[in-house]
Design a protein. Structure first.
Length: 104
């Protein structure tokens, strides 16, 4: 199945502690149906000192969010569902709200 959300897309969180916040997709994990969004769903990890990080301590990082809990932001800045359309010989992603092609 074609990917509705790709790396680099601008998305908004629909549910959870970061509801309503926007960010850019850093990583997509299709097998787990999850995405990592920049600056959202932050968790704290306790890390022991290593040669690469001699300080160790508590580090903040983004945790994956289920793909059903995010939606792509259209050109109007509103969340939208994604559809597909064939233009010429290419299959393109289309915003359901505006009908515009989503570049990427």
């Amino acid at each position: 199945m074609a990917a509705k959300i790709k790396k680099g897309d601008r998305v908004v969180v629909l549910t959870g502690k970061d509801k309503g916040r926007e960010g850019q997709v850093l990583k997509v994990m299709p097998k787990e149906s999850r995405v990592v969004v920049q600056g959202l769903n932050m968790v704290q990890r306790h890390t022991r000192p290593t040669q690469l990080d001699p300080q160790g301590g508590i580090k903040n990082k983004e945790a994956p969010i289920h793909v059903s809990n995010v939606a792509i932001v259209d050109s109007n800045g509103k969340p939208t569902r994604v559809g597909f359309r064939v233009e010429g010989d290419k299959k393109v992603r289309v915003a359901k709200t505006t009908g515009e092609v989503i570049n990427g």
